[in-house]
Write a protein that binds this ligand. Structure first.
Ligand code: MF3
Ligand code: CO
Ligand code: CO
Length: 268
């Protein structure tokens, strides 16, 4: 989720910075891999947060969310109708739940940001479909991330795809530039006009993190905790996030540990 900062520009990272951001990104992705076997019915979300916090610290990194604008935990864990920024706590996962865990690491001063979905036990076909579409939305955004293309085409193509299934795309939270800070320029909307926004160039690093809702797109933030963003209709929401670097070929997906995406030969 990005905070708007209109004064600054999109940073073109150096090869050295890209290397550093990649290391941090891989650690964030590795944290999700490590916690995966623990994400099951009966565990509470604070237990999972503690596991991630320990894992990040054991790898000599810092969890970027802790203390960020007052956020109280080392991860965001968003269950069912929670769109994003779910605060880990006493809630015990149960059969049929869908869960997003979002990890941002700071390693040697560099930021990496990624999230993925988990299904607890037997999940409805509807929930599976939503998760599948959200995952493909991220892949669509990555494929749009080519030098010379318009940033807006990421959101344009994601929104076109998700709405073709009757789902909606959250527009109140966005992807964001990342690497030297948690949230940098640009703001990466997951709903956008065709050929809008700045042109992409090699060395730009940002997240794509589409939040796809089963019902209405609107969100409401919990009045008590000031963070948890839920769907207004109580329907399900799913999200995947990668940190990517634009290159002269296809995008380099810095948080891809599964070799799901091709690796370009050269950045510049
Ligand atoms: N990791 C989230 C993102 O993808 C941001 C979490 S900000 C926090 O941008 F303050 F809620 F932790
Ligand atoms: Co992010
Ligand atoms: Co994130």
């Amino acid at each position: 989720m990005a905070f708007r900062d209109t004064k600054s520009k999109i940073i073109i990272k150096t090869l050295q910075q890209i290397e550093g951001i990649k290391k941090s990104s891989q650690l964030a992705a590795l944290t999700l891999k490590a916690v995966a076997p623990h994400v099951k019915a009966g565990v509470n979300t604070e237990y999972l947060n503690k596991f991630c916090a320990d894992f990040i610290r054991d790898h000599k990194a810092i969890a970027a969310t802790l203390g960020y604008h007052g956020y109280p935990k080392e991860s965001c864990i968003s269950v069912n109708d929670v769109i994003c920024h779910g605060i880990p706590g006493k809630y015990e996962l149960r059969d049929g739940d869908i869960v997003n865990i979002d990890i941002t690491t700071i390693l040697d001063g560099y930021f990496g940001d990624t999230s993925t979905m988990f299904m607890i036990g037997e999940v409805s076909d509807h929930a599976k479909k939503l998760i599948g579409v959200a995952k493909e939305c991220l892949a669509i955004g990555i494929r749009q991330s080519t030098a010379g293309n318009y940033l807006g085409n990421i959101g344009f193509e994601i929104n076109k795809y998700a709405t073709s299934f009757g789902f909606s795309v959250v527009y109140e939270f966005c992807g964001h530039g990342v690497g030297l800070k948690f949230h940098e320029e640009p703001e990466v909307g997951h709903v956008a006009d065709k050929n809008s926004g700045p042109k992409l160039a090699p060395g730009m690093i940002y997240t794509i993190e589409p939040m796809i809702n089963a019902g209405k797109a609107r969100s409401k933030v919990d009045r008590k905790d000031g963070w948890t963003a839920r769907t207004i209709d109580g329907k399900l929401s799913a999200q995947f996030e990668h940190t990517i670097c634009v290159t002269k070929e296809e995008a380099l997906v810095l948080t891809d540990m599964d070799n799901e995406f091709k690796i370009p030969h050269e950045i510049f």
